[in-house]
Design a binder for this molecule. Structure first.
Ligand SMILES: NC(=O)C1=CN([C@@H]2O[C@H](COP(=O)(O)OP(=O)(O)OC[C@H]3O[C@@H](n4cnc5c(N)ncnc54)[C@H](OP(=O)(O)O)[C@@H]3O)[C@@H](O)[C@H]2O)[C@H](O)CC1
Ligand SMILES: [K+]
Length: 487
């Protein structure tokens, strides 16, 4: 499945470009409807079907699918929101191929149905569902009917996966040409069920010309640049991460350091308060633990240019001391990750950092931290992460069940592989450690953030229920082995 995600506007441009290139609208609609019918034939045994059509082209796809399923002998009832005479363009053309009755959109059309095809609204959803559309969506849920959604479950907004009014939960969603953000962002993703991407004959050159800026996060996005150890390499050529250790919450930096090592950093130094050196050293034999009693000592560690990537925040303790160390790290030519307590230390806003941040720095806030840093920005998680990255100049990784990574230049990726088990103490520290480990090996900020988030998700899936953060670094070798085998 292609990884690019097209916005509704970009998809409209793709449609128009295909038509300009000689693929007529009815041909696109015929193929879209045929893909829906094919999906029904592939996943369900013949059964009575209720096809629910809306007043636009999503409904047109429904007419085509209804016709094709009826041709295959499936008992099909079709209901339309509005009048046939009001249909326009390709939808009117599609409706003309349906000679059986067109029912009014009422819940009775569901009686006896073994499958519902939802072709009410797709890309053209413009307001919350109400009236008969909302009634029937509610009834589908009450009856727990199997549902195949055309393009998106009706009520889910294509650009951000938000639900306008209500939307049904589909078992399968058939979408066309490329997926939309709604297929990967929550809550839309959870309502789509399995997503099938159908080729409706829009030439590949069209998407290249549109040059989308949004992807689903996965190895196809960054795998070619993954820093696998080279035969002639040695530990010094694999980068050296510097992790600031805290005095009290020592688990956070330990988890992060271990993850950085597992991600492949050749060396990891923990800059530790003197009284904690033994603790850190005993629990992490492969890390270097050095005392850093004050800011000057930390800066001395930073001054060694071999320590090329820095992690500040996990367990560091918020406040002036941490803020000073962040500014010291940013004053040097390093890459790094800012996480956790850094966001509390700069909760008033990132202005003190703005001029110094650049795209080899990754900020990893969760939603609460994000709002404290950047304010209540409008739009989807994609919009907000993009706006934040643009504003601060660094890569922003907005953590959550649909983690978004955004680059200041507008590129963004949505991570879909994170299991709910990852919502546990210390999980974010591991993520920050993975990213700094990849930065140390020379990956750029966007790639490192994307790869880190994806590896974190895969490690979470490998462990599954019962996961605690300590498991994640240990799950990584098997995940990396598979990644390498597939490369
Ligand atoms: N390449 C492709 O992807 C192709 C996609 N196709 C299909 O076309 C739809 C998009 O079709 P479009 O006509 O642009 O939009 P919709 O069918 O989704 O809906 C527009 C009509 O619905 C009305 N509307 C919108 N929201 C509501 C609502 N909440 N309640 C009632 N009515 C609503 C809207 O009315 P307006 O007043 O806003 O104008 C329109 O009448 C895409 O999703 C694919 O399924 C093509 O078939 C092939 C190519
Ligand atoms: K739909």
């Amino acid at each position: 499945m292609a990884d690019e995600l097209l916005t509704v506007a970009e998809m409209g441009r793709a449609d128009r470009a295909a038509m300009a290139a000689g693929v007529p609208g009815p041909v696109l609609m015929e193929r879209a409807g045929a893909a829906v019918a094919a999906a029904a034939l592939a996943r369900w045994s013949p059964c009575p079907v209720a096809v629910l059509c809306g007043p636009g082209n999503n409904g047109g796809d429904g007419f085509v699918a209804a016709h094709l399923l009826a041709e295959r002998g499936w008992p099909v009832r079709l209901a339309l929101l509005g009048e046939v005479a009001a249909l326009r363009g390709d939808a009117a053309w599609a409706a003309s191929g349906w000679t059986a009755p067109v029912e009014r959109l009422e819940t009775g059309v569901l009686d006896g149905a073994g499958l519902v095809i939802d072709a009410l609204f797709g890309a053209g959803l413009s307001r919350p569902l109400d009236g008969p559309a909302a009634d029937i969506v509610g009834e589908i849920g009450r009856r727990a009917l199997p549902l195949l959604a055309v393009d998106v479950p009706s009520g889910v907004r294509g650009d951000d996966g938000a639900v306008l009014g209500c939307a049904p939960r589909a078992d399968l969603t058939v979408t066309f040409h490329r997926r939309k953000p709604a297929h990967v962002l929550l809550p839309g993703r959870l309502l789509c069920g399995e997503v099938v991407l159908a080729d409706i004959g829009i030439p590949d050159g069209v998407v290249e010309a549109i040059a989308p800026r949004t992807w689903e996060n996965g190895p196809r996005l960054w795998g070619a640049r993954y820093p696998w150890p080279r035969p002639e390499g040695h530990k010094y050529s694999r980068g050296h991460a510097l992790v600031l250790g805290g005095a009290v919450m020592t688990g956070a930096a330990r988890l992060a350091a271990r993850a950085a090592l597992r991600a492949g950093a050749g060396l990891v130094t923990i800059a530790a308060p003197p009284e904690t050196v033994t603790l850190y050293a005993l629990s992490l034999p492969s890390a270097i633990v050095l005392p850093a009693p004050d800011g000057a000592a930390f800066e001395a560690l930073l001054d060694d240019p071999r320590r090329n990537a820095v992690l500040l925040g996990p367990g560091a303790g918020p406040g002036e001391a941490l803020a000073t160390r962040v500014l010291a790290a940013l004053a040097r030519d390093r890459s790094g990750v800012l996480d956790a307590d850094v966001f509390t230390s700069f909760a008033g806003g990132l202005e003190p950092l703005a001029l110094r941040l650049h795209d080899r720095w990754v900020l990893t806030p969760h939603d609460g931290e994000f709002v404290r840093l950047f304010g209540p920005l409008p739009g989807s998680r994609l919009d907000r992460a993009r706006a934040a990255a643009r504003a601060c100049g660094a890569v922003v990784l907005l953590k959550g069940a649909d983690t978004v990574v955004a680059h200041p230049d507008g590129r963004a990726a949505v991570t879909t592989n994170a299991p709910p088990d990852l919502a546990t103490a210390g999980s974010g520290d591991v993520l920050a450690g993975l990213i700094v480990g990849l930065l140390a090996q020379g990956m750029d900020g966007f790639d490192a953030a994307c790869a880190g988030a994806w590896l974190h998700g895969e490690a979470g899936r490998a462990v599954g229920p019962g996961l605690i953060a300590e498991d994640l670094p240990e799950a990584l070798p098997a995940v990396l082995r598979r990644l390498k085998a597939d490369a």
